[in-house]
Design a protein around this ligand. Sequence first.
Ligand code: NAP
Length: 313
Amino acid sequence: MMENEMYDVLIIGSGPAGIGAAVYAVRAGLKAAVLDRSPVSGGQVLSTYEVDNYLGFPGVSGSDLSDAFRRHADMLGVVFITADVQGFEDCSGVQTMYTVHTDKGHFVSRTVIIATGASHSLLGAPGEKELAGMGVSYCATCDGAFYRKSTVAVVGGGDVAVEDAVFLAGICQKVYLVHRRNQLRAAESLQKKLLSLENVEIIWDSEVEEIFGREMVEGIKIHNKKNREENTLDVEGVFIAVGIVPDTALLADLVEMDEKGYIIADETCATSRKGIFAAGDIRKKPMRQIITAVADGANAVHSVQEFLNAETN
Ligand code: NAP
């Protein structure tokens, strides 16, 4: 399928940055559509148990907040297309133009906002891949219910690891939080919550050497980096929350990225290639939060408008 329509802006990804951009684009009168491989909007927010720092929605669940974002966009008539993007082609002539190739056909647009976000990193420990889905999980809200009254471990020390540990503490009998340093990276408020829970034990300065089990996870081997002690924790589940990697595989030859694969763009969201903008977690930035992703969406659309005006006049 090749669409006859020419879009002003195609937005790739329907997390907070993508939906934020879509709302601003539609209100600006731009011909816009959002392409996402999933019909369910929300991105990483969907797998967040509780969001306590998005303005106006204290303590909201990630899925409720995602629903609210999507409802807002639907009310304004945002067009969502479920399609897996497979590549971008620069077809610029006198004016800038891109063809976005997808599994549902090709879409042509004057500009593109990349808002594909990031996905979880792998830990890289032996047993992780073999036992994925058999006790190894990357989403506590998705899989936590399988571990009712069990003992589990969470690996990591950031916001996601601490949120996961707090969430799992409400379901599981015992939660170990295994962190490689003696200080958590997570927000103070999350740390306070974590430290108040009696069934959470933090294992400091320790790395997971191996995740083991015959068919299902039976435990993890840990190594204390300070006293060099080796230990085994008997756990039925291991929740890995050791950071994120940007979903920029398709963009390697298109825009400049840093060494970790984040797209280099400042607050205007303009990338090294004209007509391509980057919004949300995919952009190199100091703070990755829902509120900064939504703000990127608005800024990106403002930049798109300026870009289109400059090319048209
Ligand atoms: P993150 O902030 O990058 O934290 C990753 C954690 O995993 C760090 O504690 C890190 O240890 C540890 N780690 C990394 N590689 C490891 C390895 N190979 N072995 C063991 N530990 C390892 O990632 P995140 O928690 O997934 O959060 C991602 C982004 O989303 C962050 O910017 C975060 O602020 C944001 N976020 C915000 C909210 C919120 O506002 N409510 C919620 C969720 C996420 P070190 O500390 O030693 O580096």
